[in-house]
Design a protein around this ligand. Sequence first.
Ligand code: ADP
Length: 262
Amino acid sequence: MHTLLDLKNVSKRYSQDTLALSNVNFSVNEGEFVSIIGPSGAGKSTLLRCINRMIDATGGEIIFDNEDILNYKKRNLRQLRTKIGMIFQHYNLVNRLSVIENVLHGRLGHKSTLAGVLGLYNEAEKRQAIQLLGMLGLEEQVYKRCDQLSGGQKQRVGIARALIQNPKLLLCDEPIASLDPNASKIIMDYLQSVSKTMGITVIVNLHQVDVALSYSDRIIGVSKGEIVYNGSPKEITTTQINNIYGSEAGDLMLDLGGRNAG
Ligand code: ADP
């Protein structure tokens, strides 16, 4: 299977006192659905932001699509960002604009600044936006303002905006943390279908262990900036989950149902 992403000894230091990532090593195959789990402050969000170069890792190598992206500048960086879609906990939409305008913003990375500023989108782009919104069950909402949508609908607009980039990789930073269980299930089902039917690689930061275990091909557990588990969701044991969550683990036991201590 083809490796899409390979992290080698990646570290991120914010300050003298804050080493957010320490010698992180893992790789992700094309088409894989990977969940990153761990307590607050473990470094999950830092990890995703290093992968799309929103922030710069302090050390190590990040190989994406066969190239070391840590040294990318301007033009290469712009191209890289078109290949990596991002979904956020708080959706990051422009609320006063319509749904379709927000989706079309996903095309900006492919355009000149002037075309972007003038809002020049071609017919093919508009058709693709409408097709994606249909696929995500938002055909009735295409021309509504985003501030009229529910949280779950907003997150589906976020997914459409990421997909219209035609990305190879989708990074999702706590995509369901602000949603109720019903809306969360809908979003996770769509993310799974994006991975399985479109072949797009998905990496999701999740706080909910039960959700991570039921949707993922692989689980990566992060604790205090280090990878402490990297393997199948089927084989993870209660002990390993306790190891990932440390003192927060007590709150999670209910989620684990009948799993045996390993
Ligand atoms: P998680 O996503 O798992 O909650 P984060 O990646 O947000 O963890 O944070 C990891 C560590 O880095 C924490 O100690 C956090 O306080 C610190 N941190 C995160 N962002 C910054 C920043 N911009 N400046 C300084 N420290 C930060």
